[in-house]
Write a protein that binds this ligand. Structure first.
Ligand code: ADE
Length: 420
């Protein structure tokens, strides 16, 4: 039977398979879960609709869910993040229906979400909450059939919490992002490295000696700041939260408002999750040749409409993923149309860190199937023991051993009488 799909070119499948296997070498925790899933089939016959970045790492997650018996449809969670060879390989070699094309327009993006919903999911697996939002807004007849959901990213979790607060959320969702083995590693080291990778692949600029302005100091932005610093850049952080700003100061970074940073930065990177973080009045102050990129989930952090309105003529594509706008006679370069640069111009986070994120996803799907019946519609976190076990398995795969508490130490921690 031909598998329904919408991918760029099924002829790319063979190349995709090589790259998926390459990523698998780095995903030992997920591989262990896949081996167990193959035997136990905890997701047998369960319809899963996944809306994720279609990458080599995601392909390995899909193969794990499939090994567990799930009946999957995969669609893109961003119009610019799909790896077309991976999409083709999942269809051709794994018989997984995939609807994802790099560069797809907004209509196609929503047509693909529709295909995911037409699958009548029992489990939703989201990255950014577009699938769950669409389900609650336009496909309410499907709500009764949904057992639970999982959510990958900070932005998605923020949206879900807003839904829960409004009483709008109709099924329980597990916030994978809230696991320590997710945000402390994927957000920090994954985003840190892959964002620099995206900027460098798009521009081939030297970071050493340049002033890099990082908007935000959450887990993603602190990863970006740390990696930019490591490459020799002078890093400025902008924040709205006093505590985070203070951390940035004590981590050794200059902190100032964006209006001031706008005039001194060479490269700007946003990762705040909020809208118009770089706005028209910031563009006005920028130096000639300033480079602006976003690493947050949605393309709202850079006010491109404002930039378009104030620039002379249409933007010019000067390299792949690099558009030149002319503002008051000065050039401003926007990377990847303001979409997440690490997936638009590079390959997203490396497999080794996605290993833990997607181990969380696979175990979250299993956990929610077992427990959703007891959970009210709300946002939940994976149990701490599961989080710890993922960390343990990751260390084991890296050949790192750690100490264990002696009985005496254990007892000491459980008492309160003994002090100085
Ligand atoms: N998000 C960031 N990097 C990713 C990757 N490599 N695969 C899937 N989702 C991602």
């Amino acid at each position: 039977m031909a598998i329904e799909h919408d991918v760029k070119d099924i002829g790319l499948a063979e190349g995709g398979r090589y790259r998926i296997n390459w990523a698998e070498h780095e995903m030992s925790v997920l591989r262990a879960i896949r081996e167990r899933f193959e035997k136990e089939k905890p997701l047998k016959g369960v319809r899963v609709s996944a809306c994720l970045h279609v990458t080599t790492e995601t392909a390995n997650l899909m193969k794990t869910l499939q090994a567990g018996g799930a009946d999957i449809v995969l669609v893109a969670s961003n119009p610019l993040s799909t790896q077309d060879d991976v999409a083709a390989s999942l269809v051709a070699h794994d018989e997984i229906p995939v609807y994802a094309i790099k560069g797809e327009d907004k209509k196609t993006y929503f047509d693909h979400l529709k295909a995911a919903l037409d699958h009548r999911p029992q489990i939703t697996m989201d990255d950014g909450c577009d699938l769950v939002s669409e389900l609650h807004k336009n496909r309410r007849e499907l709500l009764d059939g949904v057992v639970a959901g999982t959510e990958e990213t900070t932005t998605g979790v923020i949206r879900l919490r807003a839904m829960a607060k409004d009483g709008a959320l109709k099924f329980p969702v597990l916030a994978v992002n809230d696991s320590n083995t997710k945000h402390l590693f994927d957000n920090r080291y994954g985003t840190g490295q892959s964002t620099i990778d995206g900027i460098v692949r798009a521009t081939n600029i030297l970071l050493a000696g340049r002033t890099v302005v990082v908007a935000g100091y959450g887990w993603c932005s602190r990863g970006i700041a740390s990696r930019a610093h490591g490459m020799g850049a002078n890093v400025i952080v902008t924040e709205i939260d006093p505590l985070r700003a203070l951390e940035a100061v004590m981590d050794g970074f200059r902190v100032m408002p964006m209006t001031e940073a706008a005039a001194v930065g060479d490269i700007f990177v946003t990762a705040t999750g909020d809208i118009n973080v770089i706005d028209s009045h910031h563009f006005e102050r920028m130096k000639h040749g300033a480079i602006v990129a976003n690493s947050g989930h949605f393309n709202v952090e850079i006010n491109l409409e404002g930039l378009r309105g104030m620039s002379a003529g249409e933007p010019r594509l000067v390299r792949p993923f690099v558009e030149e706008y002319i503002v008051g006679g000065k050039a401003v370069y926007v990377l990847g149309e303001g979409r997440l640069i690490n997936l638009a111009a590079a390959e997203g986070h490396p497999a080794s860190v996605m290993d833990m994120s997607f181990a969380n996803q696979a175990l979250a799907a299993e956990y929610m199937l077992q427990h959703a019946g007891d959970l009210a519609p709300d946002v939940y976190t994976i149990p701490q023991e599961v989080d710890q076990e993922i960390a343990r398995l990751k260390l084991e795969s890296m050949g790192v051993r750690i100490d264990t508490l002696t009985p005496q130490q254990q007892a000491y921690l459980n008492q309160w009488e003994e002090g100085t």
